[in-house]
Design a protein around this ligand. Structure first.
Ligand SMILES: [Zn+2]
Length: 347
C-alpha cells in the first residue's frame, strides 16, 4: 500500500472521535520507532518533516525511508506531511517527493519569523490549496501565532505577547471559507520546543505550564463542527524524560510541556492532529546519554541508537497513540489513493 492522503486520516478520526499524533522525523530510527508503535497499537499515523528535516536528511533519503515504512506495514495508514512549509515552492518540492500533505504556514512571512497580515495569509494558503487539491494532496494552514522558535521557525513571541496572537474564532470561520483548506492549526497559547512559556503560580511562586485558551477551540468547533483542528507545540515534556537527561550529564532546567489531559480535551472539541516533536528528541537524547555515561567503553553506534529507538517507541509513541485515541483504528477503513482523494475534492 502507498501513503494515504492526510485528509482521509483526519476525516476518519473525526468520525471516530479521536486524535492522531503527527510525529516529526529526521532519521531512520525515528521512522522505525513510530512504525513499530503504530503496528503494536494498531494505529493510523501521521509522519511529518520540517524544512530543517528535509535539509538534514538530504530529501531523497527521507522519501526512501518512508517508502520502506509503508512497504513493511501495508495495513497501517500513514500520511507523510510537510511541517511548516514557508512558501509555495517548498510545498511543490514536498509534493514532488511524494508527500501526501503539506502545511503552508501563512501566519508568518517567508522568513518564518515575522507575523503576516491576515490578507497575505489567506492569499498564500489559497494558492497552496489550488496547487495541492488537484493532486489529491491535503493542506494544513495556520491562523494566529505560536510561541517559541524551532528549526528557525517562529516569531519568538514571549508569554505576554502570545495573547494578542491567539486564533480569533470568527476570523477562523472566514479563513476556512476563503481558502477551503483541510486542517487548521490554531494558536491557543502553546509554544514550540521544551522551554514553553510558563506562568507563575500566584500562591506558591512555582512555575506552571502555560494556560491554554481552550475556549477558543470550543468556539471554533461550535462555529465549524467539521473543521479539523491541529495543535502545534503539543509535546508533554514529561519530567521523567528531562530527569534522565539531567541525571546523565545533561543540563535542561525549567522545561514545560502541555499536559496530555489538555490535548484530550481539545480532541473532544475537534482537534484531530496533534504535533509532537520535542518528546521524542528528549527520549532519544536521554537513552543515548545513559549509554555514554554507564558504558564509556562502547563506541558502536548500534549500542546507543537501539536503546534510543526503543525509548522513543515505548516512552513517547506508544503512550501518545493510546492517549490520543488513534490506537485500534488502523484497519477501520480502506486506504485511499491520492487519485481517489483528487476525485473527492472535485465533487
Ligand atoms: Zn508547529
Amino acid at each position: 500500500m502507498a501513503l494515504v492522503p492526510m485528509r482521509q486520516i483526519l476525516d476518519e478520526a473525526a468520525k471516530g472521535g479521536y486524535g492522531v499524533g503527527a510525529f516529526n522525523v529526521n532519521n531512520m530510527e525515528q521512522i522505525q520507532a513510530i512504525m513499530e508503535a503504530a503496528n503494536e497499537t494498531h494505529s493510523p499515523v501521521i509522519i511529518q518533516a520540517s524544512r530543517g528535516a528535509l535539509k538534514y536528511s538530504k530529501m531523497i533519503y527521507l522519501q526512501k525511508l518512508m517508502e520502506a515504512a509503508v512497504q513493511e506495514y501495508p495495513h497501517i495508514p500513514v500520511a507523510m506531511h510537510l511541517d511548516h512549509g514557508n512558501s509555495i515552492e517548498t510545498c511543490k518540492q514536498a509534493i514532488a517527493l511524494g508527500f501526501t500533505s503539506v502545511m503552508i504556514d501563512g501566519s508568518l512571512d517567508e522568513t518564518g519569523k515575522v507575523p503576516n497580515t491576515y490578507e497575505a495569509n489567506v492569499a498564500i494558503t489559497l494558492a497552496a490549496v489550488e496547487l495541492a487539491h488537484p493532486l489529491g494532496v491535503t493542506v494544513e494552514g495556520e491562523l494566529g501565532c505560536l510561541g517559541g522558535i524551532e528549526d528557525g521557525q517562529g516569531a519568538g513571541l514571549k508569554a505576554d505577547e502570545l495573547d494578542a496572537h491567539l486564533t480569533d474564532p470568527k476570523q477562523a470561520e472566514d479563513f476556512v471559507a476563503k481558502t477551503g483548506l483541510d486542517a487548521l492549526a490554531v494558536a491557543i497559547g502553546t509554544s514550540h520546543g521544551a522551554y514553553k512559556s510558563g506562568r507563575k503560580d500566584p500562591k506558591t511562586g512555582k512555575m506552571l505550564p502555560p494556560a491554554l485558551a481552550m475556549e477558543r477551540i470550543r468556539e471554533i468547533h461550535k462555529r465549524m463542527p467539521n473543521c479539523h483542528m491541529v495543535m502545534h507545540g503539543s509535546s508533554s515534556v514529561p519530567q521523567e524524560l528531562v530527569d534522565i537527561i539531567n541525571k546523565y550529564g545533561g543540563n535542561m532546567p525549567g522545561t514545560f510541556g502541555i499536559p496530555v489531559e489538555n490535548i484530550q480535551e481539545g480532541i473532544k472539541y475537534g482537534v484531530r492532529k496533534v504535533n509532537v516533536d520535542t518528546d521524542s528528541r528528549l527520549a532519544m537524547t536521554g537513552a543515548i546519554r545513559k549509554v555514554f555515561v554507564e558504558s564509556p567503553n562502547k563506541f558502536d553506534p548500534r549500542d546507543y541508537l537501539k536503546p534510543a529507538r526503543e525509548a522513543m517507541r515505548d516512552l513517547v509513541y506508544i503512550p501518545r497513540m493510546k492517549a490520543f485515541g488513534q490506537a485500534g483504528h488502523a484497519t477501520d477503513y480502506k486506504q485511499m489513493t491520492l487519485a481517489e482523494m483528487k476525485e473527492a475534492y472535485g465533487k
